[in-house]
Design a protein around this ligand. Structure first.
Ligand SMILES: [Cu+2]
Length: 246
């Protein structure tokens, strides 16, 4: 019954894209009364369940408690492009039960309040609940730009640190990007590869060295051997790739 309702809600949400715009400003006070309507919009806003064959990237997430009494997700933030389908491989490395829920910040507030009254176990496609030592996955397609949230809504866990932002959007991702200086050593246009002697890649936590990067045709056409460049590299489908060139 629950699944049927969700499916219906979801197709309604898909059919009414205009709906999403209205909920951004919605205050938390009226959240409860609006929760049915908000459910439709929230599914819309954060995206939709993804298909395994459509996965663009796999991101690993660890959940655990720390010695100083906090509870954490590692990593603590995600940068995602609109339209990307992400497989979150979630592992509970802690000693308590934890969950991984993706939603709007507003919806997490609503669900958290419900969980505080009664520890409900969700089994929706945007969440997974794991026993200590267990792992699982959530496959999700992020449709819209914006800041969403991943969280554990088990009573007390959110407050202990178990939440973080999911930034979906080119602009936000680029704002965090720093260009790295480098010298092109070799260009393999056919192979879609370029060898660059580069400075530290801060976003990847990598020291200065010479490495082979992937790059698309348009970027490769702008690079030649011996050229000094400023570029941004990111992992794309598991391969280090030049994604920006000044
Ligand atoms: Cu938790």
């Amino acid at each position: 019954m629950k699944n049927l309702l969700l499916t219906t809600a979801f197709s309604l949400a898909l059919a009414t894209p205009v709906f999403a715009a209205g909920t951004h400003g919605g205050g938390h006070g009226e959240a409860k009364a609006e929760s049915h309507a908000a459910d439709h919009a929230a599914m819309m806003l954060v995206g939709q369940p993804g298909k395994a064959e459509g996965v663009d990237r796999t991101l690993e997430v660890s959940m655990r408690e720390t010695d100083d009494g906090t509870m954490i997700f590692e990593p603590s933030t995600f940068e995602i492009q609109p339209g990307e389908t992400i497989r979150f491989k979630v592992r509970n490395d802690g000693e308590l039960e934890h969950e991984f829920v993706i939603d709007t910040i507003e919806q997490n507030v609503v669900h958290k309040a419900q969980m505080a009254q009664m520890d409900m176990e969700h089994d929706d496609p945007n969440s997974i609940r794991l026993d200590p030592g267990a792992d699982g996955e959530v496959i999700w397609t992020f449709a819209n730009e914006g800041t969403f949230e991943f969280a554990c809504l088990i009573p007390g866990h959110y407050e202990s640190g178990m939440h973080g932002p999911i930034n979906v959007g080119m602009k936000m991702a680029q704002a965090n990007m720093e260009y790295t200086k480098g010298t092109v050593k070799k260009v393999d246009a056919k192979g879609g590869k370029v060898t660059i002697n580069h400075g530290p890649l801060l976003n990847l936590d990598m020291p200065a060295m010479t490495m082979v990067f992937r790059a698309d045709e348009a970027l490769i056409a702008r690079m030649s051997e011996g050229q000094d460049i400023e570029f941004v590299a990111e992992p794309v489908k598991g391969k280090l790739t030049v994604t920006q060139l000044k």
